[in-house]
Design a protein around this ligand. Structure first.
Ligand SMILES: CC(C)(COP(=O)(O)OP(=O)(O)OC[C@H]1O[C@@H](n2cnc3c(N)ncnc32)[C@H](O)[C@@H]1OP(=O)(O)O)[C@@H](O)C(=O)NCCC(=O)NCCS
Length: 168
């Protein structure tokens, strides 16, 4: 997988080097959080047209913002936010189009789960998943909850990742 990533990414990343460093982390500082929002805007506003102008909302005020970093360049994002007693949601999973199908999306989802498992008081982790991505999440161990619903003209499915342990 890394070999595939190295050969494909080298043209698009300024200086990835022969062995690109991949880092998944909670964004820290204004610049990383801005980079997180930039990826989301590129994908959900410009590419998908799901939102006009910005996809930011009030969940970002209390959310945890995670980034995928490839040789120093942030190319992926996902956020987690609280939605009631002990219940958190993951959302806005996005990988820059030039860097898809290289495992970064799966790594972002795993990092979000790991972050929730390490966050005090989190008992459930859910997500509203676009229908075309349900199979992707099932492969990562997520299960369907309830029926499909329509959001912004796109069919979505609530899915849950049962947490390995609940942080105290
Ligand atoms: C969904 C998304 C984040 C996946 O990111 P990615 O980096 O391409 O995914 P990965 O490379 O980690 O995929 C891991 C595996 O799942 C597969 N996969 C990726 N997207 C898939 C999909 N929509 N359906 C089924 N399988 C998928 C990949 O082929 C890969 O399979 P492999 O391990 O056999 O090679 C990316 O396509 C994206 O940003 N899409 C636009 C935004 C979006 O739809 N966000 C999710 C909203 S719910």
């Amino acid at each position: 997988m890394l070999e595939k990533l190295t050969s494909s990414a080298s043209a698009a990343v300024e200086s990835p080097g022969p062995d690109p460093k991949i880092d998944l982390r909670v964004a820290s500082g204004a610049a990383e959080i801005e980079a997180h929002f930039k990826i989301r805007r590129q994908v959900f506003v410009e590419e998908h047209g799901l939102f006009e102008g910005t996809d930011r909302d009030t969940h970002d005020d209390e959310g945890i913002h995670i980034v995928a970093c490839l040789s120093g360049k942030i190319v992926g994002a996902v956020r987690c936010y609280p939605e009631g007693e002990g219940v958190w949601y993951g959302g806005r999973l996005a990988v820059h189009p030039d860097f898809r199908k290289y495992d970064l999306g799966a790594r972002l989802v795993r990092k979000a789960v790991e972050t929730m498992e390490g966050t005090a008081g989190v008992t459930r982790f859910l997500a509203n998943i676009q229908i075309q991505n349900v199979r992707f999440f099932k492969r990562l161990g997520w299960i369907r909850i309830g029926e499909l619903f329509l959001y912004r003209g796109v069919r979505h499915q609530v899915m849950e990742k049962v947490l390995g342990r609940c942080a105290e």
